[in-house]
Design a protein around this ligand. Structure first.
Ligand SMILES: [Mn+2]
Length: 434
């Protein structure tokens, strides 16, 4: 910022839900280079945030919870974090951190020796006053780290009221009114937050960004979303929010992209494509368009094939070849990775198996009787359970985090397995490569 501005704004970067060194959640990352990219992406994004703070010469970095992923966080993660916060402190920039549900109990968060310029809020509500010199309104940063991983009730009543003649900034980890895929944590409403009269609420917990500005942009409530997605369910551009609060109270918000690797679901319409080389060309076109549309350094793609095509059976049977083809084309484009293929293609009606075909009968039997039967599903659950018991604890969620999730995953695997078997039994489809 130029020094000659008569009114200096208070400027800071607001982020949350970094989930540093979160374990890989995808079964499909069998490519070691890709696994390495995804495995280090949260760190690289965090380093990028520190760089951004330094480049922008902001006054502060605010981290509104879930900096760590949980108790599995290692001392290596802690050393990385303290190194990065030292780098920030070395540039004269302060950091303010609250814990969220995922790092509430993290031993490391408690034991870590942090630079003096880092304020980690404790279990009692507190505020830090920043004196900005003569003629400028001081800033109060209010924060609270709840010590438990669950917080069924609002934590808002614990915060002290807005301080007069001061820029009031609150930091809160909250599920707000509830969000799909996110545990309820310290719920509260936007109206309740607005009623506090705080200038800015720096929220965390929900991984998708949302911002609510008050009348005349004199206040704002921001859920910044995570700065780096971890799997296809966290697809799309990710960012931190650069906030400037002018002395007259006007707030400006700027989204700054931070993903090292961005996840994207890319559709390939295979409708009416009859030849394998044409399918490969369609893959190249879809990947090139997706790469051009993204500003992230690396793009991690799930390719979703759909449409009626005579290649349907062959795509399913030779899914490994299709994957290799897609990977090669991605590598040729550069900075594009294939995470997984989703093949949801059917043969054109005329080519569909005739009703007298024994395969037709077999498919009907599988669909109508076997997949839905209690005995079959109990056997499937038994196999999954014994496999699960042999996995290390941090991988057991791969079969779903709860009973409903496990059941849904198993029925998907069963359906895909049945389709695979049927495609292999299908006579005369693409036999030239058999
Ligand atoms: Mn959280």
């Amino acid at each position: 910022m130029p020094e000659d501005l008569s009114i200096a704004a208070f400027r800071f970067i607001h982020t949350a839900d970094i989930h540093l060194d979160s374990p890989l959640r995808s079964l499909a990352l069998r490519n070691p280079e890709l696994a390495d990219l995804i495995g280090t992406a949260t760190r690289q994004a965090f380093s990028g945030i520190i760089d951004l703070c330094i480049d922008e010469a902001v006054d502060a970095l605010l981290i509104a919870g879930d900096l760590y992923d949980g108790d599995q966080t290692s001392m290596k993660t802690a050393r990385f974090l303290s190194g990065e916060l030292e780098r920030l402190a070395g540039a004269g920039i302060s950091a303010y951190i609250i814990r969220g549900n995922h790092d509430a109990l993290s031993r490391i968060t408690r034991e870590l020796v942090l630079p003096d310029r880092v304020k980690l809020f404790g279990g009692r509500p507190e505020h830090v006053l920043i004196d900005r010199g003569a003629g400028e309104r001081p800033v109060a940063i209010h924060g609270l780290s709840f010590a438990q991983p669950t917080a069924p009730e609002s934590l808002l009543p614990k915060y002290r009221p807005a301080i007069a003649d001061t820029i009031n900034i609150g930091m809160l980890h909250t599920s707000l009114g509830g969000a799909e895929g996110h545990d309820v944590y310290a719920p509260c409403s936007l109206a309740e937050l607005q009623a506090t009269g705080f200038d800015y609420w720096a929220l965390g917990h929900i991984h998708k960004r949302s911002a609510t500005e008050g009348p005349g942009s004199k206040s704002a409530i921001v859920m910044p979303g995570m700065p780096q997605g971890r799997d296809i369910n966290e697809a799309g551009p990710k960012s931190v929010t650069l906030v400037a609060i002018a002395d007259d109270g006007a707030i400006s918000l700027e989204e700054r992209r931070t993903s090292r690797a961005e996840f994207a679901r890319v559709a390939v319409n295979a409708e009416a494509i009859a030849e394998w080389p044409d399918l490969a060309s369609a893959v190249t076109a879809a990947l090139a368009a997706a790469r051009a549309a993204s500003a992230a350094p690396e793009l991690v793609v799930r390719l979703a094939f759909s449409g009626a095509t005579p290649l349907a059976w062959r795509m399913r049977r030779d899914a490994d070849l299709l994957l290799a083809e897609a990977e090669e084309r991605a590598a040729r484009i550069g900075r594009v990775w294939i995470e997984k293929l989703e093949i949801d293609c059917a043969p054109p009606r005329a080519e569909a198996v005739s009703a007298t075909d024994p395969l037709h009968e077999l498919r009907a039997l599988i669909d109508s009787t076997i997949l839905g039967s209690d005995g079959y599903n109990a056997a499937l659950a038994g196999i999954a359970e014994s496999l699960q018991a042999q996995l290390p604890p941090d991988l057991r969620d791969l079969f779903g985090a709860d009973e409903a999730g496990t059941r849904a995953l198993l029925s998907e695997i069963a359906r895909e397995g049945a389709a695979d078997v049927l495609s292999r039994l299908q006579a005369g489809s693409g036999s030239e490569t058999a």
